[in-house]
Design a protein around this ligand. Structure first.
Ligand SMILES: Cc1cc2nc3c(=O)[nH]c(=O)nc-3n(C[C@H](O)[C@H](O)[C@H](O)COP(=O)(O)OP(=O)(O)OC[C@H]3O[C@@H](n4cnc5c(N)ncnc54)[C@H](O)[C@@H]3O)c2cc1C
Length: 467
C-alpha cells in the first residue's frame, strides 16, 4: 500500500482541477484515470494536420472562475468571432435576430424577424403582443410566446434556439428557470417584446461562451503539466475499483490497470496489475455511474436510474472551399426539427468560429462539424458523404467529394451528465451525506451543475476544503 498526500479518482477536467488545486496547497496528489489520456470530455484530435477540439470547445461565460483559472495557468482566453446564429428550415436559412432572448425578438420590426416570418407574419406577431397583458402570464416559455406573439414566432424563432440550448420543447421549459427575470420585465414593459428589450439591454450582444486560444484541450494539458511539475502524478490506464476507510481514518483506494474497450467510445475495462493507495484526502471526480459504485460502501447511494443524455455523434470535415472564407452562415446553424432535406441537427463552422483555429488552417481550408442525433430519435447512418451533402445544403455551397481533405467521425456515448430533477435531488443528498464523512469530497460535472463553468469552482473548492 503506497501512502500519498491525496488521491483524485477521475482524470477529466474536474479531477485535473482538483489535483491542480491540491498542488497549490503544497500537496502532491496522485490522479487515477482509466483511459489513456487525461481531460475526459475535453479532448483533442488532428484533422488535416490541425489540432482541434473533438469534445467540449469552451465554457459559458456567465461565471468568471474558468477565465480566472485560465489566467492562473498562463493561458489566453478567446471568444467566438461575432456572428449571428442561423437556423435552417426546409424553405431556407435565416439569421436569428441579434436583439433577442432565447430567440424571442425585442423588436418585431427587425429585418431578421421580417425575413424569418414574412411582413405579414411579423405584423401579426406585433398585433398580438400589443394586446393588454393578462394579470397572470403562462409559466412555460412555449405558451408565453404562443400567447403573446403567436405560433409562427414560437416555431420559427424560439423553438430552434431554446431547443438547441436546452434540448427540450419550449413548453417543458419554465421561463423563470431558463430566463430569470423575464416575466417580471414583461409585466413592467407591458409586452413580451418590451420585456425582452429590458432584459437584453441595448448594447452589442456579448458572446455567451469563451475558450482557450489554441483550443480548449490546452486547459487539461496545462493542468496536467503543472500537476506533474509540482510533484503530483497522473496515472493513466489505471481505474479505481473500490474505496474504503482504514482503521486510522485514511482512505484506501484499490485500483487496477485497464485496457481499451473494443469500442473506444466506451469505458476501458480493468485488467493488469493492482495499484493500492492510501491517503488522508480523497476526491471522487469520475463519471456518475462509477462514482455511485465506488461510494456505495461509504454512503447510501440508492437513487434514480442514471439516464444518459442524447447520444452525440459528429462528422468533422476538413474541406478545401475558398467560398467559405466569408463565413456564409456565421459560425454555424441549428436545423429545425421536422426538416426533410437534411438529416444533421446542427453544423458548426469551427474554423470561422474560433479565430486561433482559423489561423492554423492554410488558405481555403475550412473545418466543419456536422452534428447528428436528437433526443428520442434513432441516430442516422453516419458517413462523410452524408455529412458533405448536409453541409452543402446548409451552407449553400457545393462541397463535392473532391473537396474533402480529411474527415473524422466522433461518438460520445452516454457522455452528458444526467440532469433530470430526480438526479439533481439525489446528487444533493449525496453531498449532504458526505459532509459527515471526513477526508472525502465529490465533484465533477454531474455533481456540481453541468458544464465546465460550474465544475471548475466546485472542483477547486472540493480540494481546498480537504486541506
Ligand atoms: C461533445 C461535447 C461537447 C461539450 N461542449 C461543452 C461546452 O461547450 N461547454 C461546456 O461547459 N461543457 C461542454 N460539454 C460538457 C463538458 O465537456 C463536461 O461537462 C466536462 O468536461 C465534464 O468533466 P468531468 O471531469 O466532470 O467529467 P469527464 O470528462 O467525464 O471525466 C470523468 C473521468 O472519470 C474517468 N473515470 C471513470 N471511471 C473511473 C474510475 N473507476 N476510476 C478513475 N477514473 C474513472 C473517466 O474515464 C473520465 O475521464 C461537452 C461535452 C461533450 C461530450
Amino acid at each position: 500500500m503506497r501512502r500519498v498526500d491525496a488521491v483524485v479518482i477521475g482524470g477529466g477536467m474536474a479531477g485535473l482541477v482538483a489535483a491542480w488545486q491540491f498542488t497549490r496547497e503544497g500537496l502532491t496528489p496522485v490522479l487515477l484515470e482509466p483511459r489513456g489520456y487525461t481531460g475526459g470530455l475535453v479532448a483533442a484530435s488532428r484533422i488535416a494536420g490541425v489540432a482541434y477540439d473533438i469534445g467540449a470547445e469552451g465554457w459559458a461565460v456567465r461565471r468568471p472562475e474558468t477565465a480566472q483559472l485560465a489566467a492562473e495557468l498562463g493561458l489566453s482566453v478567446e471568444f467566438p468571432r461575432p456572428a449571428p446564429s442561423w437556423v435552417w428550415f426546409d424553405d431556407g436559412a435565416f439569421a436569428m435576430p441579434a436583439r433577442a432572448v432565447l430567440g424571442i425578438p425585442a423588436d418585431l420590426s427587425d429585418g431578421d424577424v421580417v425575413a424569418a416570418l414574412g411582413t405579414e407574419g411579423a405584423a401579426e406577431a406585433a398585433r398580438l403582443d400589443g394586446a393588454p397583458l393578462p394579470e397572470e402570464l403562462p409559466g412555460d416559455l412555449g405558451s408565453l410566446v404562443e400567447r403573446r406573439m403567436g405560433a409562427e414566432v414560437l416555431d420559427r424563432l424560439v423553438a430552434p434556439i431554446a431547443g438547441g440550448i436546452h434540448a427540450a420543447d419550449p413548453h417543458l421549459l419554465a421561463t423563470e428557470v431558463v430566463s430569470p427575470g423575464l416575466l417580471g420585465a414583461v409585466h413592467r414593459a407591458g409586452s413580451l417584446a418590451g420585456g425582452v428589450a429590458l432584459v437584453r439591454g441595448d448594447g452589442a450582444p456579448k458572446p455567451p461562451v469563451a475558450s482557450v486560444a489554441g483550443g480548449m484541450f490546452r486547459m487539461p494539458q496545462v493542468l496536467g503539466e503543472q500537476v506533474e511539475a509540482a510533484g503530483g502524478q497522473l496515472l493513466t490506464r489505471t481505474g479505481a475499483r473500490s474505496i474504503e476507510r482504514g482503521s486510522d481514518g485514511s482512505w484506501l483506494v484499490h485500483a487496477a490497470g485497464t485496457v481499451r474497450a473494443a469500442d473506444p467510445s466506451l469505458p476501458p475495462t480493468p485488467s493488469g496489475a493492482p495499484v493500492e493507495l492510501s491517503a488522508p484526502r480523497l476526491v471522487v471526480a469520475c463519471s456518475a455511474a462509477p462514482a455511485r459504485q465506488l461510494l456505495s460502501g461509504v454512503v447510501d447511494t440508492t437513487g434514480p436510474d442514471l439516464v444518459p443524455g442524447a447520444p452525440i455523434a459528429h462528422v468533422n470535415l476538413a474541406v478545401r472551399a475558398p467560398e467559405l472564407d466569408a463565413g456564409p452562415r456565421g459560425n454555424g446553424m441549428l436545423v429545425a426539427r421536422g426538416t426533410t432535406r437534411v438529416s444533421a441537427k446542427a453544423l458548426t463552422h469551427l474554423s470561422a468560429k474560433w479565430p486561433s483555429l482559423g489561423a492554423c488552417c492554410p488558405d481555403g481550408l475550412h473545418l466543419l462539424r456536422v452534428s447528428y442525433g436528437r433526443a428520442g430519435e434513432q441516430e442516422p447512418e453516419l458517413s462523410a458523404g452524408q455529412a458533405l451533402a448536409d453541409a452543402s445544403t446548409l451552407l449553400g455551397v457545393d462541397l463535392s467529394a473532391d473537396r474533402l481533405v480529411d474527415h473524422q467521425t466522433i461518438h460520445w456515448s452516454g457522455a452528458l451528465a444526467p440532469t433530470t430533477p430526480a438526479t439533481r435531488a439525489w446528487v444533493q443528498g449525496l453531498h449532504e451525506q458526505l459532509t459527515g464523512v471526513p477526508g472525502v469530497g465529490l465533484t465533477g460535472a454531474w455533481a456540481s451543475g453541468s458544464g465546465i463553468a460550474a465544475l471548475v469552482p466546485h472542483a477547486r473548492r472540493t480540494a481546498s476544503e480537504l486541506c
